[in-house]
Ligand binder design. Structure first.
Ligand code: HEM
Length: 423
């Protein structure tokens, strides 16, 4: 392939965007006893202390890459009225009932509970450990979500997620669980987002906006864009994203964005070779892709060559600039969606601090590349930036399992005083 042979047309918007605010110092505070531990009796055996500890509970392929749960659901809520211990007990009892009913894992159920900026600042009146989300590129205009909490449910059976959502949100009986799991006395349901990932699912659901006619998504594709994501070595480890000290020791942060995909040109104009170049790097060959085991190609050290010689940057190559000790800073737990009748991605990631996400997103933007070669703009010839439109963003704090139900409730006053003392 000759230099510049991969150039892709498209009206890019030039511009630079500085990183947003970093996570606040609360993450560094000394540990305090969680005010609300389990309230409703013992849950299943040996549940991991970290809510985000999923990887040991996922099946793997023959190389040891984890296979993501095939179905996901994000439930967003606000707290009903002033938060009390009864609110926390209600939520915790429902979560423990789910843990008793389903084995922890993709074949049973995995879930996390995370809390937004507005929970800490608005409901508790304390300084939030995560910053409010911000716009992260020059070419996006997202709505910034303000939900108090997000429950992420994932498993391999879509109907199970339907039943759990109906039980939590609408008070329906969940087979095999005595009593009601309705969260309504404690929480006001605001929104649900649904999705899927895994071979066969995107092809079966491709008759939606954003995907051109002609069934371009292949039957084997695990994602709408045609490639497999989330290989073992292209993810951070769960240890590396865990908060190590302070109030939220054992927790992590979660970033949730909603993206629309616009794949008319992806499938209508580009060759398979060009899609590989934009997803991985222009230096990536089909033979390399066929030989992938646990680490996708896309060497960031070849970025200068990619820009100068080919006038094209690969997405994985650009994102890999943000590695630390040879591994990415974030664990991606994203999934495709047809919410609203449009192809999209619910991009969920966990990372030690929201700053780690911002650094990664800035790397992916590669906003300075046009200074080296004007064929590359913010969206033209620049990874997959041209094909995704970020509609919503939000940041959350994901406490450890013991502290997941209304974290810091009852601890507002001492915490506020500590912060004031810090000046
Ligand atoms: C439509 C959405 C996206 C798709 C289809 C996608 C797909 C991919 C693929 C196929 C890879 C290489 C293989 C692998 O992950 O194992 C990759 C790598 C990566 N992507 Fe994405 N991606 C998307 C959005 C994003 C976003 C929004 C971010 C975050 C800012 C991101 C961050 C990363 C990172 C950190 C890597 C690994 C880089 C490394 O190896 O160091 N991706 N992505």
């Amino acid at each position: 392939m000759g230099a510049g042979g991969l150039l892709v047309g498209g009206a890019g918007v030039l511009g630079l965007r500085a990183a947003g605010a970093g996570a606040r110092s609360l993450l560094q505070r000394p540990q305090r006893t969680p005010p609300h531990g389990p309230q409703a009796g013992p849950a299943g055996p040996a549940l991991p202390a970290r809510q985000h500890a999923w990887i040991d509970h996922l099946p793997t392929d023959r190389y040891g890459n984890p296979l993501a749960p095939r179905f996901d659901r994000l439930l967003f809520f606000d707290v009903r009225g002033p938060a009390t211990a009864r609110h926390a007990q209600r939520l915790e009892a429902a979560l423990q009932a789910l843990e008793r009913r389903y084995r922890w894992g993709a074949d049973g159920l995995l879930f996390t509970v995370s809390w937004g900026h507005s929970y800490f600042s608005g409901v508790l009146g304390v300084s939030s450990p995560v910053p409010r989300a911000t716009r992260l590129s020059s070419f996006e205009r997202p709505v910034i979500d303000d939900y108090h909490l997000c429950i992420h449910l994932a498993c391999n059976t879509e109907r199970r997620l339907d039943a759990i959502e109906a039980a939590l949100v609408r008070g329906r009986r969940l087979p095999g669980v005595p009593g009601s799991l309705a969260l309504e006395p404690a929480l006001i349901w605001r929104q649900t987002r649904r999705g899927f990932t895994g071979a066969g699912l995107p092809a079966a659901r491709q008759h939606v906006g954003g995907i051109p006619a002609g069934d371009p998504v292949q039957a084997s594709a695990p994602l709408f864009m045609g490639f497999r994501s989330g290989l073992l070595r292209n993810q951070a480890t769960e240890d590396a994203v865990t908060i190590e000290s302070g109030v939220f020791r054992g927790g992590t942060t979660m970033q949730v964005s909603q993206m629309e995909l616009q794949l008319d040109d992806w499938y209508g104009l580009l060759s398979a070779r060009q899609r590989v170049a934009l997803m991985y790097s222009p230096q990536t060959t089909p033979a390399q892709l066929r030989a992938i085991t646990t680490d996708a190609p896309g060497d960031p050290r070849q970025l200068t060559q990619a820009i100068r010689q080919y006038g094209v940057i690969g997405h994985a190559q650009a994102a890999a600039q943000a590695r630390r000790a040879g591994r990415p800073l974030i664990i991606r737990r994203d999934f495709d969606t047809t919410d609203g009748g449009h192809a999209g991605v619910h991009f969920v990631s966990v990372q030690r601090s929201i700053d780690d996400f911002i650094v990664t997103r800035n790397a992916m933007n590669a906003a300075g590349a046009h200074l080296a070669d004007r064929r590359i703009t913010a969206t033209a010839n620049n990874g997959i930036n041209a094909f995704i439109n970020v509609r919503r963003r939000a940041n959350y704090l994901m406490p450890s399992r013991a502290d997941r139900s209304f974290p810091l409730l009852g601890a507002q006053r001492p915490l506020a005083m500590e912060l004031a003392a810090d000046g």
